[in-house]
Design a protein around this ligand. Structure first.
Ligand code: GLN
Length: 548
C-alpha cells in the first residue's frame, strides 16, 4: 500500500468582524505557498445549516460558486480556484448541515455501533475526517482551512473545537492564522488594537492560540501597535502581519511575501526553508499587466440581484466581474464595470437608452420573475443598437425570449419559470427536472456541474475556443431552450453554435457576425472557469468585440 503523505494544516479564522477578507487571506496564503513549490489545497467551512449554498438567496449569501462536480458552494471557493489555479470538489466544502447530515446518516446505519453519539466529539471528528480526506485526495503538502464566521459567535464553535482537536492530534503540523480588524475611528485618529486583543482571548477560550495575526486595517500597522498585539495576544512581534487596504486583491500575495509570511508559516509548521525558492513571477506579470492601463473599456453588467437594502451588492456576480477583468487585462484594456439594476428600467428610474454609452452589455444568471422585463428590454436594446451582448445562463434564456418576442413576433414568448401559461414557451423545464419539482425537491436539483458540449464549425463560439470541437463548461440551470421551437428560431437567424453531445440541449446561441458584432448567449457559466493567468476565451472574444 502506498504510504499516505503527511499533511500540514493552516486554519484561518476571523476576529472582530466579518467581511475583512478571510477568503482573500486564505487564497493569498495558498498562492505564496504554492509559489514555494508546495502542493496546496483549500477547504471552506460554512457554519450555516444549509447543506449547500444552492438554496440560499444570492442577495443574502452572495454568489453560489459551482464546482466541476456540481457542488453548489460559497464564493470563497471561487477565490481559491482562481488564486491557486486548481479545481476543487465537494470534499473541499462543508457546512454544519452537511456534517450533521452525515453523522445522523451514520448513526441510522448503526455505524457508531450502539455508542452514544454526541455533538462533541462526534461532530468535530467528522469535520476532521473530511479535512484529512480532502487533503489525501489532493495529496496536499499543505491544506488551508477557512472557518467561516467570526470568533466569539455561537455558530462556528464546533469547528474551532475540531481545529483544536486536530492540533492535539498533530501538534507540529497545525498553524492558526487569525485575520483581525483594527478600526481607525476618525474622531480618535489612531488605530485601535483592543478588539483584536479580545478576539485573541476569545480564541484562547476555545483552546486555540493564534500563531499569526493578519492585521487588516485602512493603513499599514506601525511598530507600536504590533508590539501591543504581540504582548497581549501571546505572539511574536514578527508574526503580526500588516494587511492594509489595497487597490487590487491580487496584490495581497505579493504583500504577504514581502512580509515573509511564507517563511514564517513554514517555521510554525516545522517545515525547513533551506534551499526553498519562491517563484511568484507569473503572478507579478499578471499584476503588472493589470496596472498602468490607459484605455478604458466600459461594460454594463445588468443584473437583478444588485439591491440589498440601501446598498449595491456586487458580490453576487463576483466571478463574472473577475472574468471580465482578466480578459480586459489580457487585451491591455482598463475594465470599467458598471453594475446596473434591471429593476430600475422597470420602475422608470433609469432610461434604457442610457445603455448607449457602454462598449458592451452583459446579463448574468438568475432565477425568478423580478427584474426580468428590464433585462429583456436591455437585450433588445443591445441587439437593435448593435452593442456587443454576452448572456450567461438566464442571460441566454432571456436572449431567446427577446428574439422570439421581437423578431419572431411571438409577443408573449416566455419561460415556464415565469409564465407557464404563455402561448410560446421558448424556454421550458427539462424533463428530468419536472419530477423533482413536483416532489418539492429543490436542493441540489438542477443540471449542475461540468458537461460536455459540441461546437458548430465557423461560428463565433468555435473561433473563440480556438477551433475546438468539444468543450467542457460548468452548469447550473433547470430550464432549457424548448426543442419544439429550435427550427423556427434558427430560421429567423439565430444560430445554436453549441449543443449537448446528443444534440438535444442548446448550449450556445449567437447571431452571425454579419448581422451583429457580438450577440451571444451561453446556457452554462463560463465565469467559473476564468482564472487570472488564463482568462476565459468567450469573455475575451466578447471584450474584443467591445473594443472594435
Ligand atoms: N433560472 C434559469 C434556470 O434555472 C437560469 C439559471 C441561471 O441563470 N443560473 O434555468
Amino acid at each position: 500500500m502506498v504510504k499516505k503523505k503527511k499533511h500540514k494544516y493552516i486554519f484561518v479564522v476571523g476576529g472582530v468582524m466579518s467581511g475583512v477578507g478571510k477568503g482573500i487571506t486564505s487564497s493569498s496564503i495558498g498562492t505564496i505557498l504554492k509559489a514555494r513549490g508546495f502542493n496546496v489545497t483549500a477547504l471552506k467551512i460554512d457554519p450555516y445549516i444549509n447543506v449547500d449554498a444552492g438554496t440560499m438567496n444570492p442577495t443574502e449569501h452572495g454568489e453560489v460558486f459551482v464546482l466541476s462536480d456540481g457542488d453548489e458552494t460559497d464564493q470563497d471557493m471561487g477565490n481559491y480556484e482562481r488564486f491557486l489555479d486548481i479545481d476543487l470538489t465537494h470534499t473541499n466544502y462543508m457546512t454544519t448541515g452537511r456534517v450533521y447530515l452525515e453523522v445522523i446518516k451514520k448513526e441510522r446505519n448503526l455505524e457508531y455501533k450502539g455508542k452514544n453519539v454526541e455533538v462533541v466529539p462526534d461532530i468535530p471528528i467528522e469535520v476532521n475526517k473530511r479535512i484529512e480526506k480532502a487533503s489525501d485526495i489532493a495529496n496536499s503538502d499543505i491544506t488551508i482551512i477557512e472557518i467561516g464566521g467570526t470568533i466569539g459567535e455561537y455558530q462556528n464553535i464546533i469547528f474551532l473545537e475540531a481545529a483544536r482537536m486536530l492540533k492535539t492530534k498533530y501538534p507540529k503540523d497545525v498553524a492558526f492564522v487569525m485575520v483581525s480588524y483594527l478600526p481607525m475611528p476618525s474622531k480618535i485618529g489612531e488605530m485601535k488594537t483592543k478588539p483584536t486583543q479580545y478576539a485573541a482571548r476569545t480564541l484562547n477560550g476555545a483552546g486555540i492560540q493564534a500563531d499569526i495575526i493578519v492585521a487588516r486595517s485602512e493603513l499599514l500597522i506601525d511598530n507600536k501597535r504590533k508590539d501591543k498585539i504581540a504582548l497581549f495576544c501571546n505572539i511574536d512581534h514578527e508574526n503580526v502581519i500588516s494587511a492594509p487596504d489595497v487597490d487590487s486583491i491580487y496584490d495581497v500575495p505579493v504583500n504577504f511575501e514581502k512580509d515573509n509570511l511564507g517563511i514564517k508559516l513554514c517555521k510554525v509548521l516545522n517545515i525547513s526553508t533551506k534551499n526553498q525558492v519562491t517563484n511568484l513571477s507569473d503572478w507579478k506579470k499578471f499584476i503588472a499587466k493589470s496596472k498602468n492601463l490607459n484605455e478604458e473599456v466600459n461594460i454594463a453588467v445588468v443584473g437583478k440581484y444588485f439591491d440589498s437594502g440601501d446598498f449595491v451588492l456586487s458580490d453576487v456576480y463576483i466571478s463574472v466581474l473577475e472574468a471580465i477583468k482578466y480578459s480586459a487585462y489580457s487585451l491591455g484594456k482598463k475594465p470599467k464595470i458598471h453594475c446596473i439594476n434591471s429593476k430600475d428600467f422597470e420602475k422608470g428610474n433609469l432610461k434604457i437608452n442610457t445603455l448607449k454609452k457602454y462598449d458592451g452589455i452583459l446579463v448574468p444568471g438568475g432565477f425568478g420573475e423580478a427584474g426580468i422585463e428590464g433585462l429583456v428590454e436591455t437585450i433588445r436594446f443591445a441587439r437593435e443598437n448593435k452593442i456587443p451582448y454576452f448572456g450567461l445562463c438566464y442571460g441566454m434564456q432571456l436572449m431567446i425570449i427577446e428574439y422570439a418576442r421581437n423578431v419572431l413576433n411571438w409577443k408573449d414568448a416566455n419561460t415556464t419559470e415565469i409564465n407557464p401559461k404563455s402561448s410560446h414557451l421558448v424556454i421550458d423545464i427539462m424533463l428530468d427536472q419536472k419530477k423533482k419539482l413536483e416532489e418539492n425537491n429543490y436542493g441540489n436539483s438542477m443540471r449542475l456541474g461540468s458537461y460536455e458540449a459540441n461546437l458548430k464549425k465557423d461560428t463565433i463560439a468555435h473561433k473563440a475556443y480556438g477551433g475546438k470541437e468539444k468543450i467542457i463548461e460548468r452548469h447550473r440551470h433547470r430550464y432549457e431552450v424548448n426543442p419544439k421551437y429550435i427550427e423556427e428560431i434558427e430560421k429567423a437567424g439565430l444560430i445554436f453554435s453549441g449543443t449537448s453531445p446528443d444534440g438535444k440541449l442548446m448550449e450556445i446561441a449567437e447571431l452571425p457576425k454579419s448581422i451583429h458584432p457580438f450577440f451571444l448567449g451561453v446556457q452554462f457559466h463560463p465565469e467559473f472557469l476564468a482564472r487570472p493567468l488564463s482568462p476565459h476565451p468567450l469573455f475575451t472574444e466578447f471584450l474584443k468585440a467591445t473594443i472594435k
